[in-house]
Design a binder for this molecule. Structure first.
Ligand code: 8YV
Length: 324
């Protein structure tokens, strides 16, 4: 008998066909109130789940007694209670690697846009306010040759370092839970303590996962260590930062600008004080959002799920303790 899969993310026709070939699929098209009710109704028969951007807590998972595997269409796994899943022997998989380069591109887009004030000045042109040659009041700041500070030297951090070092001649400094000699050799990068990095980097870039240890890592005390020239970039998770402290630092001119793809609450409210600030570039969590990469992530998730449901170890198993 085919296994029962509940999808809470739309897939391309090719991937839908692949899934239909092997499983019985229930599709929940969106995660609005109606969609969530559909999901709840489908959970009791679900053996596999595939989707993203939904907090799957114990209350929801308790509705799914037959669940064997969850394939998340994301690299981040902060939406899942991993201990609980492991306890129930539910295999959780994610989609690393395929999104690394695209997410690093997003990071660099924010670095360039914030430093060169691309959004603010493009809006000036669009608003018909380009009346004369621009002067120092509109000048930006250079990116090439400046110090790139990366917090969290994982795959995405490395891809950012590669762009900065080889493309823009930037000295690279980094902070992570342990020094990485191979990275240091490849990008001529230097390890720093967190306070040292915050004091020395021209661009402070967050690329680390959200965990109990990283939640609220950057707050008032950390912004106070940055300089008025510092540009702050976040492509990881909003909750790694105390957003109120970030707003305060921007308002007080403690830092020059911020490029943000992630926020404490998403979607970001139109009322957010961040959107009142000209020196903030805010994008709607587009880190991996290209046609090619989202398809590759979905394909990876489908293969992870099919493997798990067939009793094989998925290529990107997150909770290896659940595998026996
Ligand atoms: C999206 C992401 O949030 O992979 C991640 O961790 O943050 C993103 O790529 C989304 O999960 C894509 O489906």
């Amino acid at each position: 008998m085919k296994k029962q899969v509940v999808l809470y993310k739309k897939l391309s026709p090719a991937l839908m066909a692949r899934l239909h070939e092997k499983t019985e699929v229930t599709l929940v098209e969106s995660l609005d109130a109606e969609g969530l009710a559909q999901l709840r109704a489908a959970l009791p028969r679900a053996q596999g789940l595939l989707g993203a951007s939904l907090k799957l807590d114990a209350t929801l998972l308790d509705l799914a007694p037959n669940l064997q595997a969850i394939a998340s269409v994301s690299v981040g796994v902060d939406n899942y209670d991993i201990d609980y899943l492991t306890q129930r022997k539910i295999l959780l998989s994610n989609t690393p690697d395929v999104l690394t380069e695209t997410t690093a591109d997003t990071g660099f887009a924010l670095i360039l846009a914030s430093a060169r004030r691309v959004v603010e000045l493009a809006n000036m042109v669009r608003d018909g306010q380009w009346k004369r040659n621009i002067g120092p009041a509109q000048f930006g700041t250079d990116v090439h040759g400046k110090t790139l500070g990366i917090i969290g030297m994982g795959r995405i951090g490395e891809a950012l370092a590669q762009r900065g070092h080889f493309g823009f001649g930037m000295p690279v400094i980094y902070h992570s839970h342990s020094p990485k000699p191979a990275v240091e050799k490849r990008f001529d990068a230097q390890y720093r303590s967190l306070p040292q990095l915050l004091q020395q980097a021209d661009f402070v870039c967050l690329t680390l996962p959200l965990t109990a240890q990283t939640e609220g890592l950057i707050g008032t005390e950390q912004f106070a260590l940055m300089r008025p020239e510092t540009i702050f970039i976040n492509i990881s998770r909003g909750k790694v930062v105390d957003e109120a402290a970030l707003i305060e630092a921007l308002r007080k001119g403690q830092i020059r600008a911020a490029g943000l793809d992630v926020f404490e609450r998403e979607p970001l409210s139109a009322e957010s004080p961040l959107l009142q600030l000209n020196n903030v570039v805010a994008t709607p969590h587009i880190g991996s959002a290209t046609h090619e990469t989202r398809e590759a992530m979905a394909r990876c998730a489908v293969e992870n799920l099919l493997a798990a449901l067939a009793g094989e170890r998925p290529a990107n198993l997150v909770n290896s303790q659940a595998w026996s």
